[in-house]
Design a protein around this ligand. Structure first.
Ligand SMILES: *Cc1c(COP(=O)(O)O)cnc(C)c1O
Length: 446
């Protein structure tokens, strides 16, 4: 009888569906060169370069509309910070050794939207504005895009609507940027969305429609309403390639930051990256860009809540967007509002099927523990959804799945000691002070 080599083993599936913390080693992971050609057909180097160039064209507008971006000349980028104190604190709290150097990529502190959505979400809105303006002959690619802040252009874009379904942060990025360009904007918020995010959006003149249902429903309703209006554009988080491109631009920016720090990425110096996943767009785009740059020398892991591992299930079962965590006995409910997506992206679960090394799941209780530890050791604050990423370095080399992965991929102890491990912080800067108090004082039973 032939062994089903692509099947996730029964014990891992049993742990997952029981809501236990699990490390899933992706059985379909292959050397990047085997799939590079196929990947190129979907998202090529030229596509990513095009996204980079578009963001550069918009820099003068961003500087004008959001003075906070002037320090970085209109480019939205985040610092890469050391976690010198958090690293030993994590080892002490959870046991085991975290090899190599641990860094924090602070997309939690990105300008304008205060989350990783400032990459994809903002990019898609800018692209839509440009498409409309170019088609109407309002400007050419050679013009100064500061013109997007002019009254005439804003009035033109005011004839169009942008809509999006969101658990919170995507809505914030789309809402803030659309409003700044003059668009009419409607955000369809799922029941998981935090009140402060809805309040903040309304204060910026964004129309927020709330649903008692989950994220997939908010997306479905938003999509339907947008389709009924020819002047409306829907940012479709469940399948958007444009969003993905905005996220993918992060890779070259990170590469420059690593070089600046004198950090090598090669066979002897692997890069290991952990990114929290909701529908998969942000981690997918970021990791796709990194795979293109570093090939097999980068190892990308997604992290999801124990009750909502939709991207993992979509890839492990190859049911992609048809996978719903509720069909596996999980509630889909989590304190990590940014990750509360019961079904994953159709596009991302397909393109990442052979590229992601694996996934870790993490309990809600731990998110708050990680947050407190980060505040105590480094004085940094990132929102609970973001803290999921810390499960990565804690689980690597501990859980059966990741030990096996390291062995298979030649991540020997000496190589791991030369590794750079990056915890991708995906949100936090816009969290109001009184909400930090709540977060820092939340203790859940494990
Ligand atoms: C949106 C979000 C993610 C994950 O992004 P997806 O594209 O939904 O996978 C992770 N963390 C935070 C804080 C987010 O807002």
């Amino acid at each position: 009888m032939s062994k089903k080599i692509y099947e996730t083993d029964a014990q891992t599936m049993a742990d997952l569906t029981a809501g236990k913390e699990t490390v899933w080693k992706n059985p379909r992971y292959v050397p990047f060169d085997l799939v590079r050609g196929l990947c190129d057909l979907v998202v090529s180097e030229a596509d990513i370069a095009d996204a980079e160039a578009r963001l550069a064209r918009f820099a003068p507008f961003l500087e004008r509309a959001f003075p906070e971006t002037q320090a970085n000349h209109g480019l939205i980028e985040s610092p890469l910070a050391e976690l010198e104190k958090m690293q030993p604190a994590l080892e002490k709290a959870y046991g085991g050794k975290i090899p190599g150097r641990l860094l924090l990529k602070k997309d939690s502190h990105l300008d304008i939207a205060g989350s990783v959505k400032a990459r994809g979400g903002i990019y898609e809105v800018l692209k839509h504005a440009e498409d409309l303006a170019l088609a109407a002959g309002k400007l050419t690619e050679q013009d100064d895009y500061a013109a997007f802040a002019d009254e005439d252009m804003q009035k033109f874009l005011g004839g169009y609507t942008v809509q999006v379904g969101s658990t919170g942060n995507l809505g914030l990025s789309i809402g803030i940027m659309s409003a700044a360009l003059g668009f009419r904007v409607i955000v369809h918020m799922s029941a998981d969305a935090k009140q402060w995010k809805k309040d903040l959006l309304r204060s910026k003149g964004v129309e927020v429609i709330e649903y008692a249902d989950d994220y997939s429903r908010a997306v479905e309703e938003g999509r339907k309403r947008s389709e009924a209006d020819p002047t409306s554009y829907f940012v479709d988080d469940e399948k958007s390639v444009t969003l993905f491109l905005g996220y993918a631009v992060a890779a070259k920016r990170l590469d420059a930051q690593l070089k600046e720090k004198g950090i090598a990425v090669d066979e002897a110096h692997p890069l290991i990256v952990y990114v929290p996943a909701g529908v998969g767009g942000a981690p997918g785009g970021v990791c796709y860009g990194l795979k293109r740059l570093y090939g097999d020398n980068v190892h990308c892991f997604f992290v999801e809540p124990t009750q909502c591992p939709s991207v993992l299930l979509g890839m492990a079962t190859q049911k992609f967007e048809q996978a719903n965590v509720r069909d596996y006995g999980l509630s889909g409910k989590t304190e990590a509002d940014g990750l509360a997506c019961a079904s994953p992206s159709s596009f991302v679960t397909r393109i990442m099927t052979n590229l992601v090394s694996g996934e870790c799941t993490v309990s809600d209780a731990k998110l708050y523990d990680f947050l407190r530890l980060l505040v105590e050791t480094e004085g940094e604050r990132i929102e609970p959804s973001s803290c999921a990423a810390f499960q990565g370095p804690v689980a690597l080399c501990q859980a059966e799945g990741s030990v096996a992965y390291c062995q298979e991929q030649g991540l020997t102890p000496d190589r791991l000691n030369n590794a750079t491990q990056i915890v991708w912080a995906t949100g936090g800067r816009l969290v109001p002070e009184e909400i930090w108090d709540v977060y820092l004082n939340t203790h859940l039973d494990a």
